[in-house]
Design a protein around this ligand. Structure first.
Ligand SMILES: [Zn+2]
Ligand SMILES: [Zn+2]
Length: 107
C-alpha cells in the first residue's frame, strides 16, 4: 500500500525512526506514524487438571518414614495423584529413597 501526503499529495516513503517505522513525505517532509503490525503473539494455554504429575526429578518431594516393600529401607518420598475421577480420593504414592521403587497406597 502506498501512502500519499495529505498536504502535498506526494508519495510517502517508510522510514525507520528509532524503533518504530514512520512514513515521510519526500517532498514536504511531513512525518506520519505508521501502524506496524505486531508480531503474532502465540498464547500457549496450559490446562491444569489439578493433577500432580511426577515428571521431573528436581521437584522436591516430602519424605516420610515408610518402609519400602522391596528393600525395607524406611524412608520414602510421597505424593498424591488423582488417578481416576475427581470424585474419588487421590492415591498416595511412595518412592523409596534408596532403590527408587514406587508403590501406591489406597486410602
Ligand atoms: Zn508532503
Ligand atoms: Zn527400596
Amino acid at each position: 500500500m502506498v501512502d500519499f501526503c495529505k498536504k502535498c499529495k506526494s508519495m510517502m516513503i517508510p522510514t525507520k525512526k528509532g524503533s518504530s517505522i514512520v512514513i515521510k513525505c519526500r517532498k514536504c517532509g511531513t512525518i506520519v506514524k505508521k501502524a506496524v503490525k505486531d508480531t503474532k503473539i502465540v498464547e500457549k494455554i496450559t490446562k491444569t487438571k489439578g493433577v500432580i504429575l511426577l515428571e521431573k526429578d528436581e521437584v522436591p518431594l516430602p519424605t516420610t518414614d515408610k518402609s519400602c516393600p522391596k528393600c525395607e529401607h524406611n524412608k520414602a518420598y510421597w505424593w498424591l495423584q488423582q488417578t481416576r475421577s475427581a470424585d474419588e480420593p487421590p492415591t498416595q504414592f511412595f518412592r523409596c529413597e534408596k532403590c527408587n521403587h514406587v508403590w501406591r497406597e489406597y486410602k
